[in-house]
Design a protein around this ligand. Sequence first.
Ligand code: PFF
Length: 463
Amino acid sequence: MEIKRENWGSKTGFILAAAGSAIGLGNIWKFPYIAGENGGASFIIVYLICIGIIGLPVLTAEILIGRTTQRNPVGAFYKLSQSKFWAGLGGMGVVAGFLILSFYAVIAGWAIGYIIEALNGNFYNFTEATSSAVHFNNLVGNIYWMLGYFSLFMLITMIIVFAGVQKGIERGSKILMPILLFLLIILMIRGVTLEGAETGLEFLWYPDWSKINAQSILIALGHAFFTLSLGMGAMLTYGSYMSKKDSVPNSAIQIVFLDTFIALVAGIAIFTSVFAVGLDPAAGPGLIFHTLPSVFIKMPGGYIFSILFFVLLSIAALTSAISLLEVVVSFFVDELKWKRHTAAILLTLIISLLGVPSALSYNILADFTIFGLNFFDLVDFIASNILLPLGGLLIAVFVAWVWGFERVLPNLKEGAEKLFEKYPAIITTWKIFLKYFSPVLIFLVFLHSIGLLDKILNLFTGS
Ligand code: PFF
């Protein structure tokens, strides 16, 4: 007997869940530090262009594949192509879901652990950024601290996915996303009203083009993928619970808007604060965990704001982790006929086991390296730098060249009649971007990710 597939209860439910997937550690932890390292405003402009010409078209394509087929990634590509090769592309997405969640939950665990640090007022013991870095290293060096918060985060993620699409994911997103937005806006207001905030704003508004090079463009493009949860079927899976009455392009535009808005607001909140107390904006991945605690203790009301900040970070991570687990669960439920509850529990256990060596990469396994990377970095590299861009490239190629626009367009138009009547040029633009721009540009990112692009460029420049 075919079990009836769940659907989102409302259009807003879908938008909030998908925006929840997109908005995550990528926006609040990663975006500010890569923008800080790559020249601020100029990097942000390049990033916005990447989001517009690649992120939006590929996001539309992914949601559309899901909504048309109402399947998990593997089933979806198979249904449209009847080919095992393309079903394998969906399989790659499921594998990426396993891998990304296993290390994503490690950092999410830090965010939860830092709520407790903030509540205990521990940041006040460390007045310098260097001493809060030492404190951070002590915490991640403690395997009980690491594994404890990691497991707690995995457990919360599991409970929500266990509860189902409407009762778990949709309900959770409807509660958590408004809280996230509210907290972030409070933090932004706190940042811009600090004395000396202008230097932070200047850093974000005035481009310094000398910082832009091939490397930073590729970082921007790669991040556009990660931040929109593209290339591994998360948006496809969420799209598969979407009603045919709703418009795919309108939804994609709203998701991109929310994701970009949050990244920019997070950037403003963080840089105004960092500059106001005279710290280094290019502090790298430690920006949030080393630098911010010493920023909070110097600002009025810092105790409360530090708690709010790490609650915000944990919520953002949670709504993204849910989508990662849902990709994997939906595959086991649809294709292997597992029950949702069994799938949620067992798969969480397996992903948690896979995450243990990543968590231990910061302490007892720190010296264990493969190809010069520790376990955490290796899994991150395989998933974010290989599987996601390759997935994104193949999805664009699939829609444009395999599924074919004559079959794609009637599906795209369903629910979007009004939009296309008003702006018919959107279709042509989407087709061109998906057919040519996206595959070529993503291919370049991909080559860069695996280090080949530099070698090829060197061949031409003779260096
Ligand atoms: N978009 C998330 C972030 O910016 O943190 C990360 C992510 C979630 C990537 C879900 C991929 C995914 F399927």
